[in-house]
Design a binder for this molecule. Structure first.
Ligand SMILES: Cc1ncc(COP(=O)(O)O)c(C=O)c1O
Length: 388
C-alpha cells in the first residue's frame, strides 16, 4: 500500500532529522562481555548480563536437559497445558529469595507489568508512577485506564502530597516505581515509599529488573535498605542478572492467584519454554550460592565512578549524561573506535536533553579495561583532567 509506506517513511525521516532513528546492529555474544559487531571485537558495557550468566555452563546444561525432557516450546498458555513442572520450582525459588508467600512467572518483564497493573487497578482507581519509571509500568497504568499521576523522581514528599490530595476520591491506589532505575542506576527510597503507601492505604509495586542479583545481597532493591517487607508487590525480570528470559511478580498468595486468573498477559500468552525456566532455576542456585559473584557488578561500577570522579555507583548501572542525541552518538562512536561498546541512549527512552551513555558493569569485566574506559570518558568525553 503506497499510503502505508509513505506514512512509515515520513515518520522515519522525522526521526532521522532529529538523530533519533534507531537501527538494529547484528551483535554476536559468545565470550563473556566481548561482542562482535560490524566485523570488530568490542568489550560491551551495554549488556544487562550483570552476573555473566547468559553463557554460564550450568545454565546451558540445565536448558539442554530441559529440552531433552520436555521439548522446545511449551505448546500453550499456562492455564491450558503449558504449565510444565519446572514452573512450580522456579516460582517457589523466587518467592523464597524475595521473602514472599508466592510468585507468578510471566512471559517477560514487559508482559508482567502490562498484566499486573490492570489486574489490580481499574478505571476508578489511582496510580502514581515515578517520572523515570520504565515504559512498561506506564503501559500497565495506561491499560488499567486509571487516573495516572506523575510522581517527581524519588521524591517521597511529592508522592505523599499527591496521595493526600487525590487518594480519597478513588477506591484503590497504587504507587509504581523502578527499584533500580534502568537509565540512571539510582535506587528508589522503597522503605520511605512503603511507609507513605501504608499511611494512605496504597499498594507499592517495585520493578526490580536491575536489582535482583546485584543489590541487597542479590535479593534486590527491597533488601538494599531494609528487610523487603515494605514492598508487597515485587516485580522483576529473568532477562538481566538471571541471564535467561521472562518476568515475575513475587507477592502474597491471594495476589498471585488473582494474577493467574486475571492478568491478561499471563492468561492469554503462551508459557515460557521449559529450557528458559530451567536456566532461570540454575541462575538462582548461583545467586544464592556465590556471594562473591553477586558483589562484583556493584564493586566494578564503583571502580569506574571513583576513577572518573562521579558519585559512587548505587547499582551496576552508571549514566554518563551527555545532553543532545548527536553528541551522545559521537561519544559512543569515539568509544567504539577504542574497542568499547557503549550504546547511546536517546529520547524518548530518556528525557530530552539528557541523551547519555548508559554503562552497565558486570561480574566479568576486567578492572584494567574499566580503568581504560574511565580515563577515556573523563578526558575525551567529559573533558576533565585525569585523577592522579
Ligand atoms: C526497569 C525495567 N523493567 C522492565 C523491563 C522489561 O523486562 P523484559 O526485558 O524482561 O521485558 C526492563 C528492561 O527491559 C527494565 O529495564
Amino acid at each position: 500500500m503506497r499510503s502505508l509506506d509513505e506514512f512509515a517513511r515520513r515518520k522515519l525521516d522525522a526521526l532521522q532529522s532529529r538523530d533519533l532513528k534507531r537501527v538494529l546492529a547484528d551483535t554476536t555474544r559468545r565470550d563473556g562481555m566481548w561482542v562482535e559487531r560490524n566485523g570488530r571485537r568490542l568489550l560491551s558495557f551495554s549488556c544487562n548480563d550483570y552476573l555473566g550468566l547468559t553463557q554460564h555452563p550450568a545454565l546451558a546444561a540445565a536448558a539442554i536437559e530441559a529440552i531433552r525432557r520436555h521439548g522446545v516450546g511449551s505448546g500453550a498458555s499456562r492455564l491450558v497445558t503449558g504449565n510444565h513442572p519446572l514452573y512450580g520450582e522456579l516460582e517457589s525459588r523466587l518467592a523464597r529469595l524475595k521473602g514472599t508467600e508466592a510468585c507468578c512467572v510471566f512471559g517477560s518483564g514487559y508482559l508482567a507489568n502490562s498484566g499486573i497493573v490492570p489486574a489490580l487497578i481499574g478505571p476508578d482507581d489511582l496510580v502514581l508512577v515515578d517520572e523515570l519509571a520504565h515504559a512498561c509500568l506506564w503501559a500497565g497504568a495506561r491499560l488499567a485506564g486509571a487516573t495516572t499521576l506523575t510522581s517527581r523522581h524519588n521524591t517521597v514528599a511529592h508522592a505523599d502530597a499527591l496521595l493526600r490530595e487525590h487518594r480519597s476520591r478513588h477506591p484503590h491506589a497504587l504507587i509504581a516505581t523502578d527499584g533500580v532505575f534502568s537509565m540512571d542506576g539510582d535506587l528508589a527510597p522503597l522503605a520511605a515509599l512503603g511507609a507513605v503507601a501504608r499511611r494512605h492505604d496504597a499498594w507499592l509495586l517495585a520493578d526490580d529488573a536491575h536489582g535482583l542479583g546485584v543489590v541487597g545481597a542479590g535479593r534486590g532493591a527491597a533488601f538494599a535498605s531494609g528487610d523487603g517487607t515494605d514492598v508487597p508487590l515485587q516485580m522483576g525480570t529473568l532477562s538481566k542478572a538471571i541471564g535467561a528470559y521472562g518476568g515475575y511478580l513475587c507477592a502474597g498468595r491471594a495476589v498471585v492467584e488473582l494474577m493467574n486468573n486475571r492478568a491478561r498477559t499471563m492468561v492469554y500468552s503462551t508459557a515460557l519454554p521449559p529450557a528458559i525456566v530451567a536456566a532461570a532455576i540454575a541462575a538462582i542456585d548461583i545467586i544464592e550460592g556465590d556471594p562473591d559473584r553477586v558483589a562484583r557488578p556493584l564493586a566494578k561500577a564503583r571502580v569506574f565512578t571513583r576513577r572518573v570522579g562521579l558519585p559512587a555507583a548505587a547499582s551496576a548501572i552508571v549514566p554518563v549524561v551527555i545532553g543532545e542525541a548527536e553528541a551522545a552518538l559521537a561519544a559512543s562512536r569515539l568509544l567504539e573506535d577504542e574497542g568499547f561498546l557503549a550504546v547511546a541512549i536517546r529520547p524518548p527512552t530518556v528525557p530530552p536533553g539528557t541523551a547519555r551513555l548508559r554503562l552497565s558493569f558486570t561480574a566479568t569485566h576486567p578492572d584494567t579495561e574499566i580503568e581504560r574506559l574511565a580515563d577515556l570518558v573523563r578526558t575525551r568525553i567529559l573533558r576533565t583532567p585525569l585523577v592522579a
